[in-house]
Design a protein. Sequence first.
Length: 85
Amino acid sequence: MTTRERVIAIIAEQALLDPSDVREDMTLADVGIDSLGVVESIYAIEEAFDLTVPFNANDPQASEFDISTVGSIIQAVEGLVAERA
């Protein structure tokens, strides 16, 4: 499973959707994930990829981790995975 597929699967699981219903141009709000769901999604990504995401739940806009769209989350995770390698 690619990084893209894993991130989409995690987001779909949090949103109670089928992964095929999640597109990269969607926001987390588009898929029905609220602020608590965002935090849960970040934790799930950290666990799945064994990494630490630079995300501040108290001030998401100030975080270095771009959660504006599903695609931006995929890119950010790919970057963190590459840094670790």
